[in-house]
Write a new protein. Structure first.
Length: 211
């Protein structure tokens, strides 16, 4: 299945009518967070495919013109703490689980201490186990905003990765972990990495994957 993964910065080509040609064959959009809701809504409307997402540390509740709260993009499914199965028209399917946010660095939406993220990971683990048992195969994608500790991450409080992500990868061995949060301009090595059987892919603006 051809997947469009997006994160952190708007790509002009995806915010115009050229998106249909540029993204021909895409059957699923995965967002790692920190993107405008109207941008995500535009993409899912133009491509007419499912959108699964997690929120980043710069995401926050919006208020519509009528005063109602908007906690995520319309037409998308927030997979924070969940496992979702998406099938295309040929019934090929992939399973995606998610964990939102960044390391705590002073307070704000979607910031977590390592201990808090351990709690979220422990709550997700039984869902991952059930998914593996019933599907008889590994999780396809673990979708996160922050990086795993020691891979693509920084040393400052905001951009330090989570050890609990490494533990989930080592335990459940998803095919991919996709994350954003770290920008290439920071100078970190963000080339794809392998951890056990998992390919860890840093996403900035967009990448295409065959999963």
């Amino acid at each position: 299945m051809k997947v469009l993964a997006i994160s952190d910065a708007v790509a002009e080509v995806l915010f115009t009518e050229r998106i249909r040609d540029h993204c021909a064959g895409v059957r699923l959009v995965l967002s790692c967070g920190d993107l405008p809701f109207d941008y995500l809504e535009y993409i899912v409307t133009m491509l007419n495919v499912p959108l699964l997402y997690v929120l980043g540390n710069h995401d926050h509740v919006r208020h519509r013109a009528d005063g109602t709260r908007q906690e995520g993009p319309a037409g998308g499914l927030n997979v924070d703490g969940r496992v979702a199965r998406i099938a295309d028209e040929t019934q090929r399917s992939i399973r995606v689980a998610g964990l939102e946010g960044s390391m705590f660095y002073g307070g704000g939406a979607h910031q977590y201490t390592e201990g808090q993220m351990v709690g979220k990971a422990l709550a997700l683990a039984p869902r991952l186990l059930r998914s593996r048992l019933f599907s008889r195969g590994p999780l396809d994608v673990l979708l996160t905003h922050a990086a795993p500790r020691g891979i693509h991450d920084g040393t400052d409080p905001c951009h330090r990765g989570f050890r609990s992500f490494r533990t989930l990868v080592e335990t459940f061995q998803p095919r991919y972990l996709l994350h954003g949060h770290v920008h290439p301009s920071y100078g970190y090595d963000v080339a794809p990495r392998i951890l056990g059987k998992t390919t860890i892919v840093h996403v900035y603006r967009y990448v295409f994957l065959e999963i």
